[in-house]
Design a protein around this ligand. Sequence first.
Ligand SMILES: *[C@@H]1O[C@H](CO)[C@@H](O)[C@H](O)[C@H]1NC(C)=O
Ligand SMILES: *[C@@H]1O[C@H](CO)[C@@H](O)[C@H](O)[C@H]1NC(C)=O
Length: 227
Amino acid sequence: MKSSAFLLVLEALAFHWHQNHMTPRYIYRITSAIRQKRKEQPACSYNEWRCDDGECLRINSDCDGYIDCYDGSDETFELCRNRECGPFTFRCNYGACVDDSSPCDNLSQCADKSDESLPRCRGENIIEGEKMKCRDGQMIPKEQRCDGIVNCADGFDETVAACAELRCRSEQFQCEYGGCVDGQAQCNGTIECVDGSDEKVELCGRRILVRPTTVLPTTAVPSYKVS
Ligand SMILES: *[C@@H]1O[C@H](CO)[C@@H](O)[C@H](O)[C@H]1NC(C)=O
Ligand SMILES: *[C@@H]1O[C@H](CO)[C@@H](O)[C@H](O)[C@H]1NC(C)=O
C-alpha cells in the first residue's frame, strides 16, 4: 500500500513543523501512525530499496549523497561507511559516493555537505609543509590532523572540513566526520572519534557505557540527520 498524495503532503508539513519545533500534537500522532504502518508493511519489490521506516524507494538511491527516505536512513554512516566509491566519484566523509564534479560547485551533493566543506573550495590550503593550519591560524604537526584527538584550540583539526577527502589506512576505523582512529576502536566501549561515531548505537547495536578518552570539541560536528 502506498501512502496517498494527501498523506505525503501531511507528512511534509509535519516534517517542516517538526524542524521548527512546532508540530501540533495531533499531527504528530497521525504521522507517527503512518510511519508505524509503513514499518509493518511487507518487503518492497525487487527493484526497490527499503527505508528503516518501511518506505520503498527506487534501488540505488542509498548512499548517493541525497536523502530520499523521510527518516534519512538511506544516507547514514552505518550504511555507507564501507562503500567503495568507484572512479570518477567523490567520497563524502560518511561514505556516500557522489559524482566527482560535486566538490566546490556551491551545491551540496553530500548529505553531510563535505563536498562543499573542502578548504580548497574557499581557496585555502590547510597543509603547509609539515604543519596543518587551524582556523584561527595556529599551526600543529600535520600528523595530528583528523587523528581523533582535538589539537587545534578551535577544534578545526577534527571537523568535516579538515578531514574531507581523507581516506584512512585499511587497518584504521574512519569516523563519521572523517577522522581516522585505531581499527580496534570500533564498538569496544570507549569513544575514540570526537563525534562518538565509533560507539554509535546504530553501528554497535547496543547502548553501552562510554567514557571519552579525548576532550570533546566545543565546535560540534554538524548533524545532518533528518530525524
Ligand atoms: C560559488 O560561490 C562563490 C561565492 O558566491 C563564488 O565566488 C564562486 O565563483 C562560486 N563557484 C561556482 C563554481 O559557482
Ligand atoms: C578501544 O580501542 C582503543 C584504540 O585501540 C584503545 O585505546 C582503548 O583502550 C580500547 N578500549 C577498551 C575498553 O578496550
